[in-house]
Structure formats: C-alpha cells, structure tokens
Design a protein around this ligand. Sequence first.
Ligand code: GRF
Length: 221
Amino acid sequence: MSRIVNLGVLVSGSGSNLQSIIDRVETGSLPAAIRIVVSNNPAAFALERARKHGIPATVIAHEGFANREDYDRRLVETLNAHGVELVVLAGFMRVLSPFFLRAFPMRVMNIHPALLPSFPGTHGQRKAFDYGVKFSGCTVHFADEGVDTGPVIIQAVVPVYDADTEETLSQRILREEHRIYPQAIRLYAEGKLRVEGRKVRVLDHPQPDGSPRHNPPVTDF
Ligand code: GRF
C-alpha cells in the first residue's frame, strides 16, 4: 500500500507536466497531493492551471534576492511551510544550489527532454534533432548538484523520423514526459525506488520487454 506523498511543484512556464500530475492526482491513480506550486515567473501559465484546480500557487521572483542561496532559502522555507516531502521540478528554469539540495536529499526530481546523459541543459530536443540521432526521448532523474546529472529513475524512447521538425519531435517527447513523470512519482510514493550510488533500483515492478528497436528498421536480407 502506498501513502500520500506531499508534493511541491516548481515551474516556470506552460506547466503541461504539472497538468499531467494534477490529472492523475484527481483521478486517484497517483497517491500524492500537490501542496504548493511555486513559479519564478509571474507570467507562467502553470500558475493558472494550479489555481483552476484549487492548488495553492505562489510566485517567488528572483528580483530582490542578493544571490542564489538567498533565493533558495526562501524556496525551502515556502516548501517546508506547506509540508512538502518531494520536490518536483516541472520546467523550472533555475539551477538549484547545494543549499537547496541538502534540504531535500534525494527528494528532488527533474524531467529532461532527452535521453540523459545526452543533450543536457536547455533545448534538449533541439540538440538531439540537430545532432541527427535516430532515437531521443525523456528522462526523469533525481537532481544532484550538476545540471541534469543525477541518478536516472525512468526513461522513455521515441523515434526520430526523417520528416520530423524540432517541433514534431518535441511534441512526441512531451507526450511521453506526461506519462513517465507521474509514473516516477508513483514509484516513489510506493517506496519502490532505491538509490544505490548512481543507480536507481526499481523494486517489484515489471521488467521492460527485451525486444531491441532499430531506426531505420533492420529488414530481412
Ligand atoms: C519540458 O519539456 C521539460 O522536459 C523541460 O521543460 C519543459 C516544461 O514543459 N524541463 P511544461 O512547462 O511542463 O509544459
């Protein structure tokens, strides 16, 4: 049996990943409660999504803070004041300080729109598209002090087609983001994630099917 995990979701933009989490909380398929949504960007559409669903949402803009640690201190205070256990980064466009990460050790998740460790940083979809890879995807990982470097929890792979544009590839990746982020949170809530060094072991969960995938397909000859 899983318990209800109290989430704090940090956002900066559209909040479609936030929406995918809200939807699964509301249907009861994700044993979590979103206690607070925090945006560094007052114009983030994610704030409206939260408010529409009756979730407390607040803006902490970076203006007015002398340095990153002061900003992060305010973030930690806000999350703690709402009883947050797991911090979910959902398109939050700031790098978190070691101070913040120490406050939530292995309790900060991030989603990245590429198959890490390839194409970290901003514009992961564009970097993969421009590189010409035949598969890309997305990754949910625990955050550590690097940029997109922490232990990997779950990944989804999507093909890149010749006819793709950066936009069509990004949409294909985003659809999978909306599936793997709630899944990662659910595994956490169920106590099924064991972090062992760089590796995250997933307990009591089906194995992936072992069939390899090729792009372009390997034909009989
Ligand atoms: C996603 O592509 C996510 O992988 C990246 O930022 C984007 C956020 O999208 N970290 P949204 O705000 O959840 O719609």
